[in-house]
Design a protein around this ligand. Structure first.
Ligand code: 5GP
Ligand code: ZN
Length: 113
């Protein structure tokens, strides 16, 4: 997707602070951090969001959560973090390339706003 900001980050056309990458996923620091640790876990494959995923994406979705857990461990927040995906504008999604926010390093409120 030529106009997708996360595809551009994956293609190294836009710089980012990468914290993890493998064949299927990358993770980089959010440019507007909402917590001391705020990392985006992103599939290399362009898919608009969770609702755009199909049965064939099941393994990828599981992989993204495993990556998130590994990044949390590496960041030293394994004892407490939040993993969230915003699906759709009303939920706060602003980039239409599936991603999970990994947030930690502070106490969290529930319910979220
Ligand atoms: P959403 O609002 O779609 O759930 O999350 C998109 C996130 O991407 C936001 O938290 C925003 O700060 C982050 N973001 C948007 N553009 C860039 C960028 O170019 N670089 C980085 N590192 N983060 C970005
Ligand atoms: Zn994309």
């Amino acid at each position: 997707m030529s106009d997708c900001i996360f595809c551009k980050i994956i293609a190294r056309q836009i710089p980012s602070q990468l914290v993890y990458e493998d064949e299927h996923a990358i993770a980089f620091k959010d440019m507007t951090p909402q917590a001391p640790t705020h990392v985006l876990i992103v599939p290399r494959k362009h898919v608009a969001g969770l609702s755009a995923c199909g049965d064939g994406d099941q393994a990828l979705l599981g992989h993204l959560q495993r990556v998130a857990a590994a990044v949390a461990e590496k960041a030293g927040i394994a004892s407490g973090y939040r993993l969230v995906t915003n699906n759709g504008r009303s939920a706060g999604q602003s980039v239409d390339h599936l991603h999970y926010h990994l947030l930690g390093g502070r106490s969290m409120q529930w319910p979220p706003g």
